[in-house]
Design a protein around this ligand. Structure first.
Ligand SMILES: NC(=O)C1=CN([C@@H]2O[C@H](COP(=O)(O)OP(=O)(O)OC[C@H]3O[C@@H](n4cnc5c(N)ncnc54)[C@H](OP(=O)(O)O)[C@@H]3O)[C@@H](O)[C@H]2O)C=CC1
Ligand SMILES: O=C(CO)COP(=O)(O)O
Length: 320
């Protein structure tokens, strides 16, 4: 069965390339010039240079054409998800919409599945998440991902449909766990980048990842997630990848904060807005999330890295 990918950023393009090994795939962009360039270059020079687009992948700027398929993957940044759904709701109504973004909406504190439910109640929502750099996927390197869907039979169908020669999908019905893990690991990646950028060492990073994981669990479980989901690909798996690789944009933002350098504001860094959204939510829910709060303050330049470390180390001693 054919699928469409809406959003021709790095991740959408990489997924479309991998999925085209299963059958025809349509990749949609909102930008007609970008569509033309990809059609003639057979490459996404803007977002994923260096990887040819396979023959089975067609590019369009027509949402009508892209929405011909029943299964639509939505690969746009989290803070843009609702506006994309609103803008194209007449074409997306009744479709199976698989969100591929990682984050928490700033104004509402909602994750991708909850936003899908609110903005497009007639759609069947699912989430694809887990450790996966666009560049790796596009080059055919293997990884394993989580396909989360509350509707178990549909989740099973999607698992079959979206597994490719290099993407092995595991399924879960715990959409809350999958969306919380994918969102919060980006916040921890910023913190880890900052620690390494400031020269504080690998031991500090390991401590931060571990305590960050405890924070992720606290929030996710309070929202109704199952702990096993957090221990899986969408939580622990993606946390490990993102907190330890220079390929991660969240980690690189952290590195630049730690080094006192500036960072290109046009680069998609989901963890910055998500830290703010999660910190506000933690406040409301009375959940202790000191690392998330610290990242919020670091990103908004309300705190120096030296003060951040001093504050975290000075917290009252407690049981692990
Ligand atoms: N890159 C990666 O390795 C991975 C990314 N992800 C997740 O995927 C999501 C997207 O990231 P990524 O692809 O890397 O981001 P990019 O910055 O590479 O691309 C974002 C894409 O979203 C499009 N877009 C933004 N706003 C709109 C809109 N209103 N309507 C239509 N299209 C829009 C942009 O279009 P335009 O070019 O016209 O601006 C662009 O194609 C994020 O949530 C990220 O966390 C998940 C796993 C891996
Ligand atoms: O989510 C990702 C890897 O799984 C990509 O991470 P960045 O958005 O930090 O580049």
């Amino acid at each position: 069965m054919s699928v469409s990918v809406l959003g021709s950023g790095a991740f959408g393009t990489a997924l479309a390339i991998s999925l085209s090994g299963n059958g025809p795939v349509t990749l949609w962009t909102r930008n007609p010039d970008h569509a033309k360039a990809m059609q003639s270059d057979r490459e996404n020079m803007k977002r994923l240079p260096g990887v040819p687009l396979p023959d089975g992948l067609s590019v369009t700027d027509s949402i009508t054409d892209a929405a011909q398929n029943q299964t639509l993957l939505l690969a746009v940044p989290m803070q843009k998800l609702r506006s994309v759904l609103n803008e194209h709701c007449e074409f997306l109504a009744g479709k199976t919409v698989v969100a591929c973004c990682k984050g928490i909406e700033l104004n509402t504190g909602l994750g991708p599945i909850a936003v899908l439910r609110e903005a497009l109640p007639s759609a069947q929502p699912a989430l694809l998440t887990g450790p996966s750099f666009a560049d790796d996927i596009a080059r055919g390197l293997p990884t394993a991902l989580t396909l989360a869907c509350n509707n178990a039979p549909l989740g099973k169908d999607l698992q079959q449909q979206l597994t490719t020669t290099n993407l092995r999908l595991y399924r879960t019905t715990d959409t809350i766990g999958a969306e919380q893990g994918g969102a919060l690991k980006n916040v921890m990646a910023i913190a880890c980048g900052a620690v390494i950028g400031a020269g504080l060492g690998d031991s500090a990073r390991a401590a931060l990842m571990t305590r960050g994981y405890a924070e992720m669990q606290r929030m996710a479980i309070a929202c109704g997630a199952q702990p096993e989901t957090l221990a899986g690909l969408s939580g622990f798996g993606d946390l490990t990848l993102t907190c330890s690789s220079n390929l991660s944009r969240n980690y690189r933002l952290g590195l630049s904060i730690g080094r006192g350098e500036t960072f290109d504001p046009t680069i998609t860094v989901e963890g910055a807005a998500t830290a703010r959204a999660a910190a506000a939510k933690a406040d409301d829910m009375k959940i202790d999330m000191p690392i998330t709060q610290t990242v919020t303050n670091l990103v908004s330049q309300r705190l120096t890295i030296a003060d951040a470390v001093a504050q975290l180390l000075a917290r009252p001693l407690k049981e692990e």
